[in-house]
Design a protein around this ligand. Sequence first.
Ligand code: HEM
Length: 496
Amino acid sequence: MSGTIVNLGLDLREWLSPARVVLCASALLIARVVLFVYAYIKARRQFPGPPVTNIWKGNLDETMTEDVHDKWRRWHRQYGPIYQTVRWNGLFSRVIYVGDPRLIRKIANENWPKFPAQYAGFRPLSGSALFAQMDQARWKTQRRGLAPAFQPRTVHAQYPALHKYLLQFADTIDRSAAARGRAVDLAQLHVLLTLDFVGEVAFGAELRAVRDGAACRILQIFHAVLPELMKCGLFPLRAKVPVFESTRAMHRAIAELRGMARAAVEDARRAHEDSQEKDCGAEKGKKIFEILAHHVPRRRRRSHGTHDDFCRGHRQLRNPAIHRKLRDELDALLPADCVVPSIEQVSRLPYLRLVIKETLRYNGPGFGTFRYTPADVEIEGVVLPANTTLALWNPQVHRCPNVWGADADTFRPERWMSTQGEGNEKAALPGSYFPFSYGPRKCMGEGLAMLEMSLTLATLFKRYDLELEPGFEMDFQPSFTLCSRNGLPVYARLRK
Ligand code: HEM
């Protein structure tokens, strides 16, 4: 018996000549290519999409043009709710945009995995922060660790910081209103306000962003980083092999930002340790960074940052009827001398809530999430092929006429009004509305973002008469979040 095995081994070694090894390898390679071409053609037939104009970059160039959000919507209407674009992240993969609410709900609720290669392009900025964490077990631990910092009670405890910066925000607009004829860039001011607020509550750092205005270094860094990061997110090799100067500039800017964040976190940690010695760590009224310092182990403390929601105010200004209705509500329910309302006061402004909800539907700043199929999988009767990145993308789903009706492209807060009595809101069809993503991996900062948006809009529309610069049209910039290339220039007048 053992003699037979030895003979077989010798025969095999003789048979495996170099020429035969090369032949086998070539046959395997050809089989792999044939299988790929077969799967590619099959998936292409099953899920149509825009024609591929560049063999290496697939549809990247079309995706990165300025009308990127409209393009997603156009493709959705042209090719159907499940369409594909080609090859953002490697020769043997594809991206399928899933725009069917039934599938979105299921994929997000079941928390399908994220694909490391797809998020590799974001890693220079995000590292292994929560949103780019691919390991499900680690993600769970990280998310649990962060949860105490995002409880509604903790979020509400951040009000004094937001109030302080909203007063500075109003002061900036007051000065622009006093200098008649000078427009204020509300897009930039909103970003600066968010930087100050998040800087203080998440890092315990005073960034002086609103005070410094356009000279704010972090604002400049974000301008340099985010559009390039979007390109790297869509085409991760770009970040790994930085042949373009813009990519190298992005890496330098990120290194600077990381240095600033590290220093702020160290300061916050020291301040926390000092205060612990004094008050034995009572959590009531604490800032988010203090809670994180208490709950999250040292090495893991990182935030994925925030998103600028520049669109606040943009649509309302274009629609006098909505503007008036919002103003009437604010005048009726807030005291005449109120500059920044309280949380309790904004919670009793139903129309303001509808305006924010509709803004997040109409032009939400965060696009969605990427998931992945390691193997063929059937879901709701649709077979999604293996090795596919799935984009659960809201810009097109939020404007789909089949979901929202013929006026899907109209900004109409009233669509959310329920017929079930005043103050009630209509619920969206499950899986059709996800400005903060969906399911167990949805955005942790939703409460914080909603609080900031409500207070900012109430302050803005109660205190000022606002008018867009005549002839202004917003140019969108393809970026990590929805951004304006030319700001949002507005003339403000203090109301009598
Ligand atoms: C209007 C503002 C915001 C929008 C539209 C938004 C939207 C989103 C979206 C779409 C995701 C999913 C990303 C993905 O899966 O790739 C996400 C994740 C996340 N967001 Fe936000 N976000 C906002 C503000 C914030 C703020 C202010 C914070 C915290 C300070 C925050 C913290 C997070 C975290 C930690 C995750 C990762 C959750 C996880 O992977 O488990 N967000 N956000």
